[in-house]
Design a protein around this ligand. Structure first.
Ligand SMILES: NC(=O)c1ccc[n+]([C@@H]2O[C@H](COP(=O)([O-])OP(=O)(O)OC[C@H]3O[C@@H](n4cnc5c(N)ncnc54)[C@H](O)[C@@H]3O)[C@@H](O)[C@H]2O)c1
Length: 377
């Protein structure tokens, strides 16, 4: 089968997530990288393209030149999809232009800067019929998919509490002056990051994971955020109470200043009959807890898993599936959608998940600003 010709914006030398996207696209083996604007600096972008073996004529100075250049190429040479892996403020303007010119998208989160922009993209995707995958990477892990399908089968009984946590520590040493790194620090600047640092960058993953695994919509939130220091304008830490309607409640706790924490994303769903717990730093084990039976552990690549989880491993059991494979699973589903093949809706988060994420981020900031009040989302 022919590979899908993929372009990329961002992801040059030293960039964090672009490299993971390239690796994931190769693991699933459905894409080939043919062009891009890899860096804000054109010289660095060209050097990067040369290293990747990209035709120099297809390393463009900016997104407008990329669209113009690609549209001049024959349809069977032209890129078909673009991966947007630049800082947050550029997602919307880039995504809009690519969609308007007929290109499928894989876009990083948070999808946009505002809810209005997110809704505009949702309308564009609907009117163009193009594929839009939002890379909430953790939804690609086999055991997260297993969690989703077990919840959908009702094995937990009535869900009574949902608890998600996303703790990192890396910004702690930056704000206290002991780490002088440059990449990634745009997350503290509202011009590049948007209205939130902690909740926009990682809290939104926890939010998405809850809605992805349960199929439920969070209806109302109340937040209590902290910027930790007076000279920081965005939140670096916070707690969000969740209401799902009816009796079900939950909480998201998220922080970028929990010194020593690495990528501590966890989710627990507590039901009347059983509970499920999963942790990103130990992603190949899904724990089912019960009051009456010993704890059960699900693992990838076993026939007992539900269909999507079973299809989401890349190696036989006992070979750990990691973050690249999770992202590759999202790329795999995206490829099916681009090719017009049948796919499971759990295979990739969509533009609608992006709208939900932007509503969450803005509601969390508004709730905190108004003195910790309940806001509908
Ligand atoms: N899904 C995940 O788990 C995950 C993880 C990390 C980052 N992200 C998201 O990915 C995005 C990028 O984050 P990052 O940590 O890789 O950032 P980064 O700072 O490491 O890399 C950004 C890249 O974009 C390039 N760039 C900036 N302006 C550009 C422009 N005008 N044209 C072309 N390239 C440009 C930079 O030169 C750099 O190569 C962010 O939106 C972030 O939230 C998602």
């Amino acid at each position: 089968m022919k590979k899908i010709r993929m372009g990329m914006t961002g992801g040059g030398f030293g960039a964090f997530i672009g490299d993971a996207h390239r690796r994931a696209s190769r693991i699933c083996n459905d894409f080939e990288l043919v062009c891009g604007v890899f860096d804000v600096d054109y010289e660095r972008s060209k050097a990067f393209a040369a290293k990747e073996g990209i035709d120099p004529a297809r390393c463009y100075e900016n997104v407008d030149a990329m669209i113009e250049g690609e549209l001049k190429l024959p349809a069977d040479v032209r890129m078909q999809s673009v991966s947007i892996v630049v800082p947050n403020a550029l997602h919307f303007p880039f995504a809009k232009k690519f969609l308007q010119n007929g290109f499928h998208l894989v876009c990083e989160k948070p999808m946009t800067m505002t809810v209005e922009e997110a809704e505009e993209l949702e309308r564009l995707v609907a009117s163009t019929g193009l594929t839009f995958a939002l890379t909430h990477t953790y939804t690609g892990y086999p055991m997260v998919r297993q969690m989703r399908d077990l919840v959908a089968k009702g094995v937990l009984g009535t869900i009574q509490r949902i608890d998600a946590q996303y703790y990192q520590g890396w910004i702690n040493s930056i704000i206290h002056g002991t780490d002088s790194r440059i990449t990634g620090v745009w997350r503290l600047d509202p011009k590049h990051a948007g209205v939130s640092s902690c909740m926009g960058d990682i809290g939104v993953h926890a939010f998405n994971l809850i809605e992805y695994t349960t199929g439920l919509e969070i209806k109302e939130i109340l937040s209590d955020l902290s910027s930790v220091k007076d000279d920081i304008s965005l939140d670096l830490d916070g707690t969000v109470l969740l209401r799902f309607g009816g009796k079900l409640k939950g909480v998201i706790r998220s922080s970028q200043v929990c010194g020593g924490e690495e990528n501590g994303l966890t989710i627990a769903i507590y039901g009347s009959k059983a509970s499920l717990k999963w942790s990103q730093e130990d992603p190949n084990y899904l724990y089912m807890l019960s009051d009456t039976e010993p704890t059960r552990i699900y693992k990838p690549a076993h026939g007992y898993n539900e269909k999507l989880a079973e299809e989401s491993h890349t190696m036989p059991s006992g070979h750990p599936e990691g973050i690249y494979e999770a992202l590759a699973n999202i790329y795999k589903g995206t490829a099916k959608s681009i090719r017009g093949e049948k796919f499971n809706p759990g295979e990739f988060p969509t533009v609608h998940d992006g709208v939900r994420g932007m509503k969450f981020i803005h509601a969390v900031v508004e709730s905190n600003k108004k003195g910790n009040v309940w806001i509908s989302i």
